[in-house]
Design a protein around this ligand. Structure first.
Ligand code: ZN
Ligand code: FE
Length: 257
């Protein structure tokens, strides 16, 4: 399975999963249909599935047009999103499994950004391979999604699940927000040498117009303040000794950044 990153809207990424053997494809969060249809035409591949992480329009905006073009495809989404995702046929819960070609993804329930948000985790199949996590707007590279329909407690619980995956997991998040996220991160975790180094790397990447996605979970754990609510240095900086409160304070500060 190859993951093809497509740019959409102003800063969204759409991920096209392509299986060469069967020449079939699945798409994660089609913000719009056009870039997906263009790539499918180039590959001459058939679209068999849409994997949605949550109902926001910049993630499901292309569903209807893709369904019209490929009426047999199956639309997957979270069980709690019933009625909010165009064309949804499969209603997924924590621990469910979904198949694409020869790969199986595990569904992780990650409420917080929305009350229904799910992530899809494709574990490595063989030694030497890495896993792939499609996490929508829950975990970002250097940040996390805003809490539109959830509480800090829920989000910390959700991010804890993602944080427990292997360090070499590829993080395929849905927006190119890394540079601004790290700029904020430095305001709450400025003494973090790994963060300082990463900020300079990302600045160079972006000045060359290169994407910063996928990120690696191990890098996120060292540099993303929204995965570091239990770090004493960070807690000290936001004057809290409680993990959830630390997270909530950082989230609040980011909202106003
Ligand atoms: Zn969203
Ligand atoms: Fe989004």
């Amino acid at each position: 399975m190859q993951v093809i990153r497509l740019e959409a809207l102003s800063d969204n990424y759409i991920f096209l999963l392509h299986d060469y053997k069967q020449n079939i494809a699945a798409v994660v969060d089609p913000a719009e249909a056009q870039p997906v249809l263009e790539k499918l035409a180039e590959l001459k591949a058939e679209l068999v599935a849409i994997f949605n992480t949550h109902h926001h329009n910049d993630h499901v905006g292309g569903n209807q047009q893709l369904i019209e073009k490929f009426p047999k495809l199956i639309v997957y989404g979270g069980a709690e999103d019933r009625g909010r995702i165009p064309g949804q046929q499969v209603f997924l819960q924590q621990g469910d499994r979904v198949q694409f070609a020869n790969r199986i993804a595990e569904v992780i329930f990650v409420p917080g950004h929305t009350r229904a948000h799910i992530a899809y985790y494709f574990p490595p199949q063989e030694a030497g391979e890495t896993g792939d996590l499609f996490c929508g707007d829950t975990l970002f590279s250097g940040g996390c999604g805003r809490l539109f329909e959830g509480t800090p407690t829920q989000m910390v619980d959700s991010l804890s699940k993602l944080r427990s995956l292997p360090d070499d997991t590829h993080i395929w998040c849905a927006h190119e927000y890394t540079l601004n996220n790290l700029r904020f991160a430095l305001t709450v975790d400025g003494d973090n040498a790994d963060l300082q180094r990463r900020f300079n790397e990302v600045k160079a990447y972006r000045s060359r117009g290169e994407a910063t996605i996928p990120s690696l979970l191990g890098v996120e754990k060292l540099t993303n303040p929204f995965l570091r609510w239990d770090q004493p240095s960070l807690q000290l900086n936001v004057k809290s000794s409680d993990g959830v409160q630390t997270f909530a304070r950082i989230r609040e500060m980011k909202n106003n950044f």
